[in-house]
Design a protein. Structure first.
Length: 320
């Protein structure tokens, strides 16, 4: 289906997946929207609209494939709702001179908060404590102890905007942060480790805050997990693809890692059955940026990037 309010002058924008209501209302007013997600026949819709589409709105998870890009000869811009854009074929966009934008900065603090939340929930066993009270177990005796966060060595994989915000919050908790990044950052005054294995060997808690995509696929593998060891915790607020999930599950089952806090998974929304049964694992549904305020700000950035492009102004947050 297409937008009900259209004019010949409005650029046609394909909505692979809708974003926040206020942002969608703005898009409806300023563009001719082609709604892919609600179409009963997406293939027929693309075929009918392919010659008119000049922009795409999508998310990092839903993505935009090279095959779709090839079918849209007038495509000029892909606006991604999310800081991660690994689901978008940026290479295919560059070959066609199609611009790509994402929504960084506005979610960095929120995602870092989630990282700290998962650290506290995992080490202090907060989710487990909630279940303990609810099922009446407290009436039968005290719950086992948690682990102190203060003084723990925090290894951060990925020292971008989120990683830096995470380090600030960790220091407020009197944790000791260090990091691994593709390159050492001269603007970050923290200990640097050249490989994830070296960082994991040093750390008590390893937090993943790096981008997804082929470059970081299974960056945290069996070797990294072994280096973290039976007294270490893993927290993932990046992408499920960054972790070798079967290796992590096996290590947790065998006690070769102490626990985990996971906001992302390899095959979302499907979570391995083994993880669902583990008391030492905290599971959240890819919710790191999921507050009304942050998601609204992300959606507004999508709108503003599209406005800028079609008005001939510089993009606010271009990645390609």
């Amino acid at each position: 289906m297409t937008s009900a309010t259209t004019t010949d002058e409005q650029p046609s924008v394909l909505v692979v997946w809708p974003i926040r209501p206020n942002a969608m209302a703005q898009l409806e007013q300023e563009f001719r929207l082609v709604h892919l997600s609600s179409s009963p026949d997406p293939e027929a819709l693309i075929e009918a609209e392919s010659g008119d589409i000049r922009g795409i709105v999508s998310t990092g998870e839903r993505g935009v494939s090279a095959a779709l890009i090839d079918r849209l000869p007038r495509l000029e811009i892909v606006a991604c709702f999310g800081v991660g854009y690994d689901g978008i074929d940026v290479g295919a966009c560059r070959q066609r001179d199609v611009r790509v934008t994402n929504t960084p900065d506005v979610l960095s603090k929120e995602v870092a908060d989630m990282g700290i939340g998962l650290i506290l929930m995992t080490l202090r066993r907060l989710a487990e404590a909630d279940r303990f009270v609810r099922r009446g177990a407290w009436l039968e005796g005290a719950m086992p102890m948690g682990t102190c966060v203060t003084g723990k060595k925090l290894g951060i994989v990925g020292m971008g905007r989120i990683g830096q915000e995470l380090a600030k919050r960790a220091q407020a908790l009197e944790m000791i942060p260090a990091y691994h990044n593709r390159n050492r950052r001269p603007d970050v005054d923290l200990p640097y480790f050249a490989t994830p294995v070296e960082l994991a060997r040093w750390a008590d808690v390893l937090v993943l805050a790096c981008p997804g995509g082929p470059a970081t696929h299974h960056l945290v593998n069996e070797s990294v997990i072994e280096a973290l060891g039976p007294q270490g915790w893993l927290v993932n607020i990046s992408r499920g693809s960054v972790v070798d999930e079967p290796a992590l599950v096996k290590a947790l089952e065998e006690g070769r890692i102490r626990g985990a806090g996971l906001d992302v998974f390899a095959d979302e929304p499907r979570v391995p059955e083994a993880l669902l049964k583990m008391e030492n694992v905290v599971l959240t549904p890819h919710h790191a940026s999921a507050t009304d305020e942050t998601r609204d700000a992300m959606a507004q950035l999508v709108v503003d990037n599209l406005r800028a492009h079609f008005a001939g102004r510089p993009l606010l947050t271009a990645v390609a």
